[in-house]
Design a protein around this ligand. Structure first.
Ligand code: ZN
Length: 392
């Protein structure tokens, strides 16, 4: 049983009544891009907005200075709405996280107005450093999601999708150590670390025929040698490895490491291998995603369930989705095919009226979905059944 129309009206009005302040918040965050774990201004503005509306805000959640939490309602069930607000180096808010923050905080203050009548609690989580810092993983490890029953956020995109793939990921670094010699006087006396480094790329390329669908392996040279007339003693590269799930990720990681060792063997140099865990794949809870979709549809934004024609990235929301039933729907801020995340045109759209209006739709749809989750035992049962049955 979905939300009563009068409750939806209260939620929508609550979002609209905060329109000027939400626009200001989104604009300020957009104009002041802050990198991972340095989102001090964004965090201050968001928590001030909450405090001004009577909400108690916990700072330094999970020991992260730019994480925060606010609660509305009481007891269980508990549904979390997640905000992101970090930017990218060089291209600012080209992932539109200012809109994610605006949508989330708009949803929270609207849901807070009706949560007293449903029972249960809506939790707003400010989650730093999605871009490479994995703030949500630190928050999971600190137990922030231990009392949460379901989690949601939205992400700007070039199309409206209820669910999309996010790839499991990790980073590999290879440091090669050879033997320097004069590249003209005594080339025979050296062992080139750079040759091994470059051979790693060639060997990885040769293995691509064995990758399953969805695998991405992309790298760059981080150290190409010391001088043109020295056989390079040191060389290094870094690879990002991604796959549809953790099993394929581990398999491909093994292949890439084998290529580096094989390249080192061929050049008779040493290689040391570093691994940094990335993010888990996204498990989309479709029962909850479809309810979100019913609300975006009612708000004039009917969304497709999925679209596998478009590529996928990685997000620490994937890690959350392995801990609690989660959704990470995508809503367009540009025309389909016009631009994608991490492009300059996308950053422009994130600061434009089209971006803001999408964040407001997201705020209303997330607030409605969150309140639905608290009020609708059938929906909760469907979400739980899907969670229990998931094949992992
Ligand atoms: Zn993003």
């Amino acid at each position: 049983m979905s939300l009563a129309p009068e409750v939806a009206t209260v939620i929508d009005r609550a979002v609209d009544s905060n329109l000027a302040e939400l626009a200001s918040l989104s604009g300020r965050i957009h104009a002041n891009p802050e990198l991972r774990f340095e989102e001090h201004k964004a965090c201050a503005w968001l928590t001030e907005f909450l405090a001004a509306r009577g909400h108690t805000v916990e700072r330094n959640v999970a020991g992260l200075p730019t994480a925060f939490r606010a609660r509305a309602g009481k007891g269980s069930p508990r549904v979390a709405i997640l905000a992101e607000y970090d930017a990218l180096p060089g291209v600012g808010h080209a992932c539109g996280h200012n809109l994610i923050a605006t949508g989330a905080i708009g949803a929270f203050v609207a849901a807070a107005q009706v949560v007293g009548s449903t029972g249960g609690e809506v939790v707003l989580l400010g989650t730093p450093a999605e871009e490479g810092g994995g703030g949500k993983i630190t928050m999971i490890d600190a137990g922030v999601f231990a009392d949460v029953d379901a989690a949601m956020m939205f992400h700007p995109f070039d199309r409206d999708l209820l669910a999309h793939t996010a790839l499991a990921s990790l980073w590999l670094t290879f440091d090669f150590k050879g033997k320097p010699s004069h590249a003209a006087i005594a080339p025979h006396a050296g062992k080139s670390a750079l040759t091994a480094c470059l051979d790693t790329f060639r060997l990885v390329d040769g293995q691509r025929v064995h990758f399953r669908d969805g695998v991405r392996v992309h790298g760059y040279v981080t150290n190409g040698g010391q001088a043109v007339n020295i056989i390079p003693e040191r060389a290094a590269c870094e690879f990002s490895v991604r796959a549809l799930d953790g099993v394929e990720l581990a398999r491909v990681r093994g292949i890439v490491e084998r290529c580096a060792r094989g390249a080192a063997l061929a050049s008779d140099v040493e290689v040391s291998i570093g691994v940094r865990q990335g993010y888990k794949d996204m498990v989309n809870n479709m029962a909850l995603a479809r309810r979100f979709g019913a609300h975006t549809g009612a708000l004039g934004r009917p969304a497709r369930e999925r679209d596998d024609r478009i590529g996928a990235g990685s997000t620490d929301m994937g890690d959350v989705s392995h801990v609690v039933p989660s959704i990470h729907p995508w809503l367009a801020i540009v025309d389909e095919g016009e631009a994608l995340c991490h492009e300059r045109r996308f950053a422009e759209a994130a600061g434009a009226p089209s971006g803001l209006s999408t964040a407001l739709v997201a705020a209303k749809a997330m607030a409605r979905t969150a309140v639905d989750y608290l009020a609708d035992a059938e929906l909760r049962a469907a979400v739980s059944a899907e969670w229990t049955a998931r094949a992992r």
